[in-house]
Design a protein around this ligand. Structure first.
Ligand SMILES: CSC[C@H]1O[C@H](OP(=O)(O)O)[C@H](O)[C@@H]1O
Ligand SMILES: Nc1ncnc2[nH]cnc12
Length: 304
């Protein structure tokens, strides 16, 4: 394993399966109490020598369906190797006219429309109950730190300026089929701006593991609400995926040094950090020994 601290983890979504623009250092594949992550974790070096961790959410070959992504293992593995902040990428559909395919979005809100079939907490079936604070679903400090840096990269893009939208709401649906036109219209009415199938439970688990978590979305289509267009298909999504993935790689090179330093210097203080001690409601004398051992993998300060 790497001698240097790896403070920043990147989760790549559809189209972003490798950071082949960075210097490859090592691969680690930790078996967590929740199993193996979606893909081995790639340790890569930025031009400055700073090291980051990269994990492909759907696996290197996109073999994990959104409902089957081992999100508990993914977040646990990143936390266990020392990561403190996660910058996740996601390909999303647009629910608003002004968010065009090819645009980037850093959301601030989530509407959970998954169906409760994904394990979405580390505090399930362990005899220890915890209710994490999730009003602000992303780490606003990290999102606001990233936004101007991402904007700079997008505006300087050699093929022309790419638009960045901020403070939007992402609807997370179960999938794997895309939404019906009626559902898509409803998501607009309830306040959705963009839609994907992956941010729940990832963001919730990151909060429970006390990690800073921000999402950079790349818009690929107008979903199904727009009557003037055919409903979204994978072929349409794939059209913009490669260009979006290349820009995402550029963002990692240009922005993550600053995130690493800010985390190291305590300038990005996650709202999540220290929060779980106030979220656990079960009395310590009733914590099962085996559960303490399991949870110590992600929260060693509380469970010994
Ligand atoms: C390939 S279209 C649907 C698929 O794309 C998004 O994946 P990710 O969030 O990992 O980039 C969406 O959530 C669906 O899983
Ligand atoms: N329209 C859409 N719905 C859900 N997830 C998506 N990912 C990309 N486009 C999407």
């Amino acid at each position: 394993m790497s001698e240097q601290p790896i403070l920043v983890g990147v989760i790549g979504g559809s189209g972003l399966y490798k950071l082949d623009n960075l210097n490859f250092i090592d691969t680690v594949n930790p078996e967590t109490p929740w199993g193996f992550p979606s893909s081995p974790i790639q340790i890569a070096e930025l031009p400055s020598g700073i090291r980051i961790a990269f994990l492909a959410r759907h696996g290197e070959f996109h073999q994990h369906a959104p409902s089957e992504v081992p999100a508990q293992a993914n977040i646990a593995a990143l936390k266990h190797i020392g990561v403190q902040a996660i910058v996740a990428f996601s390909a999303v559909g647009s629910l608003q006219e002004e968010i065009a395919p090819g645009d980037f979005v850093i959301p601030s809100g989530i509407i959970d429309r998954t169906k409760g079939i994904r394990p979405s907490s580390y505090f399930e079936k362990v005899g220890i109950v915890a209710h994490a604070m999730f009003g602000d679903a992303f780490d606003n400090n990290l999102s606001e730190f990233l936004a101007p840096k991402v904007r700079q990269v997008l505006e300087a893009h050699p093929e022309g300026s790419v638009k960045l939208h901020e403070k939007k709401t992402v609807v997370v649906m179960e999938g794997p089929a895309f939404s019906t036109r009626a559902e898509s219209l409803m998501y607009r009415q309830i306040g959705g701006d963009i839609i994907n199938m992956s941010t729940i439970p990832e963001a919730k688990l990151a909060r429970e593991a006390e990690l800073s978590y921000a999402l950079i979305c790349t818009s690929t289509d107008y979903d199904a609400w727009r009557v003037s267009e055919e409903p979204v298909t994978v072929a349409e999504v794939v059209k913009t995926l490669t260009k979006n993935a290349n820009i995402s790689k550029l963002i990692t090179v240009e922005c993550l040094d600053a995130v690493h330093h800010a985390v190291a210097e305590g300038k990005i203080t996650s709202a999540a950090k220290g929060g779980m001690q106030y979220s656990i409601i079960t009395k310590p004398e009733a914590w099962p020994q085996e559960s303490k051992k399991k949870l110590s993998y992600i929260l060693p300060d509380y469970f010994k």
